[in-house]
Write a protein that binds this ligand. Structure first.
Ligand SMILES: [Mn+2]
Length: 158
């Protein structure tokens, strides 16, 4: 299955549209927060299931959870924005939380810097910001190609 992953769109629905177009066919989307409204927009325009969480800019009262475990293609994915795990300093607490909950993939955002960190026990991913990158590179998102145990990550710039 193919899972689209985006984060930190911050109200830029034009960027969301571009990501949808570049992603091609996906089975569902994950949105790692900032903003919940953009995740709702994503679901509306694609007609695909969207799993999403609240970011720090969605606090308080967005109605979305701070973290979710998504079970997709035989994998357990911890989805969270990342601010509650201090990801701007380190992703170690996030990785540990994922492993503690039996997740083999963790997806976060917040830093607006893309990351693919394989590690021994858990694949930690940040798709980058689809709207406001902070790494000097173009806006980006990811697509996970899940085929049994195998997870191939496409990092796509828009
Ligand atoms: Mn944020």
């Amino acid at each position: 299955m193919r899972v689209g992953v985006m984060s930190d769109s911050h109200g830029n629905t034009m960027a969301v549209d571009q990501a949808i177009e570049k992603a091609g066919e996906v089975d569902c989307w994950l949105h790692a927060g900032d903003l919940v409204e953009d995740a709702e927009y994503l679901g509306m325009v694609t007609d695909k299931p969207v799993i999403n969480v609240a970011g720090n800019c969605d606090w308080p009262g967005s109605g979305a959870d701070d973290e979710v475990i998504a079970e997709l293609g035989g994998h357990k994915i911890l989805l969270t924005h990342g601010h509650i795990y201090g990801v701007k300093r380190s992703t170690l607490a996030l990785r540990q939380a994922a492993v503690n909950q039996g997740a083999d993939i963790a997806v976060y955002g917040h830093t607006h810097v893309a990351e693919i960190d394989e590690g021994p026990d858990c694949l930690v991913l940040n798709p980058g910001s689809v709207s406001h990158p902070r790494d000097g590179k173009p806006q980006s998102f990811m697509v996970l190609n899940i085929n049994g145990d195998q997870v191939k990550v496409e990092h796509i710039h828009i």
